[in-house]
Design a protein around this ligand. Structure first.
Ligand SMILES: Nc1ncnc2c1ncn2[C@@H]1O[C@H](COP(=O)(O)OP(=O)(O)OP(=O)(O)O)[C@@H](O)[C@H]1O
Length: 240
């Protein structure tokens, strides 16, 4: 018998009021893989992250993480089990310093983040560690948000459009960062990304969501050769 996946969603449904946003989604994520979660705006990708991280409860279906059903558990409990969610907005506390922001997830534990490792991943942050997050650029704030998520020593990192609106050199940094993280740690990453080229570059596997259903899944290589799926469900939304 093989090892069970890190994360399993089985026939998961989610609603906002009467709005049926996720209509029975089923997928697995294994440790050490980067999974791109693609689809047009408003199809339910962020909602899926909210379910996995406990911000929203599925109306039907099960979410299993490390062999435990986690539906309905509060976010702080799921966070302690190893799930870190980097949201697309409200990334950092602007009035806190970089170092204080990074420390936040470990405040209630008896542990300090491994600042040396984090500053080695993000050298800019060592230089700005005493600066208020508000004084940093958008790309630097994004690094703070990812460093903060990593400070919790996650097993599953959920990234929601991590390079949206950022400069090309930052896009390259995220790509090499994910390579490094998955080779150095037992970490699974899901990434919501509208830049299809970046998604295909960083991901091992791709899930495509449309109207609340997973309509395609396969390797990045398979998707790169499947113009039909790209045109129908993803479209060309790269950053010029
Ligand atoms: N808090 C909320 N209350 C009501 N409806 C919501 C709420 N959040 C999202 N929705 C709706 O649920 C649907 C799915 O939203 P979601 O944010 O999950 O999509 P998405 O695939 O992440 O989109 P995008 O790529 O634009 O971020 C959309 O129709 C959205 O308007």
């Amino acid at each position: 018998m093989g090892q069970s996946p890190l994360l399993q969603l089985d026939d998961v449904h989610a609603y906002y009021g009467d709005h049926h946003v996720l209509d029975g989604i089923t997928f697995d994520v294994d440790t050490d893989e980067v999974v791109a979660y693609l689809g047009r705006n408003g199809t339910g990708k962020t909602t899926t992250y909210k379910l996995i991280s406990g911000l929203l409860e599925p109306r039907e279906g099960t979410i299993t993480y490390k062999d435990e059903v986690i539906n309905g558990q509060p976010p702080h409990k799921i966070g302690r089990k190893g799930v870190s969610f980097v949201t697309a907005d409200e990334k950092v506390f602007p009035h806190l310093t970089v170092r204080e922001n990074i420390r936040l997830p470990t405040l209630e534990r008896d542990a300090e983040p491994d600042f040396e490792y984090l500053y080695d991943l993000f050298p800019d942050l060592r230089e700005y560690e005493r600066s208020r997050a508000a004084d940093l650029s958008g790309g630097q704030q994004q690094m703070v948000a990812i460093a903060q998520a990593l400070a919790a020593d996650p097993d599953l990192l959920l990234l929601d459009e991590p390079v949206q609106g950022l400069a090309v050199q930052f896009v390259e940094k995220v790509s090499s960062l994910l390579d490094r993280l998955t080779s150095e740690q037992d970490l699974a990453v899901m990434i919501i990304e509208h830049d299809i080229d970046l998604a295909l570059e960083v991901a091992d596997r791709v899930l495509v969501l449309d109207e609340g259903q997973i309509v395609w899944q396969g390797s990045s290589e398979e998707l790169a050769e499947n113009d039909d799926i790209i045109d129908r469900y993803i479209g060309v939304q790269g950053f010029a």
